[in-house]
Design a protein around this ligand. Sequence first.
Ligand SMILES: [Zn+2]
Length: 321
Amino acid sequence: MTDLLAVTYAWHQTIWQQLKVARQQQHLPHALLFSGQLGCGHEHLVYALAQSLLCLQPDAAAYACGQCRSCKVFAAQAHPDFMLLDLAEDKQVITVEQVRSLHHFLELSRSYSPHRVVMIIHADAMNTNAANSLLKSLEEPADNSYILLFTAHPTQLMPTIRSRCQQLRLASPNQAQALTWLQAQALGQTTAHKLLAITGGRPLAALVEESGERLQQQTLFFNHLIAVLAGNLSLTEVATQWEKYDRQELLNWQLTWVQQWIRQSLAGVGDTTTLELTELTRYLKPDTAWQLYERLLELKALATHPLNGRLLVENMLALWF
Ligand SMILES: [Zn+2]
């Protein structure tokens, strides 16, 4: 399943404006087929459109108000007039059973909103039976209903499906838009450039890439820390490996681990124990953990100074002893 946010991005402003005008003139077709590259947040735009079609009082720019009864149940993912079809977990296709549930849904009377909205993500994943079944709803649209499809591969949809929808091609962001967005997500310019190059200019894909990379580094650092505490690696060996890494980040990780460990030890045996916290129990005691936490904080205040990297990492690891 796709995690959806009802948001649009800077590179969506033109299309959002077009949709808004079509809605104002009551010309919005009942079936819309959006297509565009994955990793650019396009599915979020479609989701934002769904929410705003359901909203009882959209704002002047045609965005959902976020306050009304409809918006509240939408945010709780419990809107009775909204149906989302997506690939089920571990499945490669959208099945005819899923599409049949959609027919039934469209026949119900509306309960909260002026419209009923169906959204299908990965529309290209409908198998032939599913696509044929969807044709029926596209040919005989239910009153006040909208069917919003999104696909990254429009040519893989049956031509009969494509021809019954208004097709809207979503543009990928340009380099400046992608960079600005990534920088607003707290990525440094060099990292942002590098990741955009790797992902072919797709900013949301770049962010996923970045968090994966960071998580890997975090796990590696934790393993090194444990190896030092267990006497399997020397302070200098580990410090040499991490001397060029962002020192604020190294300190933040350690502060988080110690803080979580303290919180858990205060609460007694918690049920949220992670492997990391269990591992730390062999090396931390409640009174020394507080001391360690404070010293890590002090070091963090110093970490902005142009100190020797290796020395700083050595110092931070030495605090654990
Ligand atoms: Zn609303």
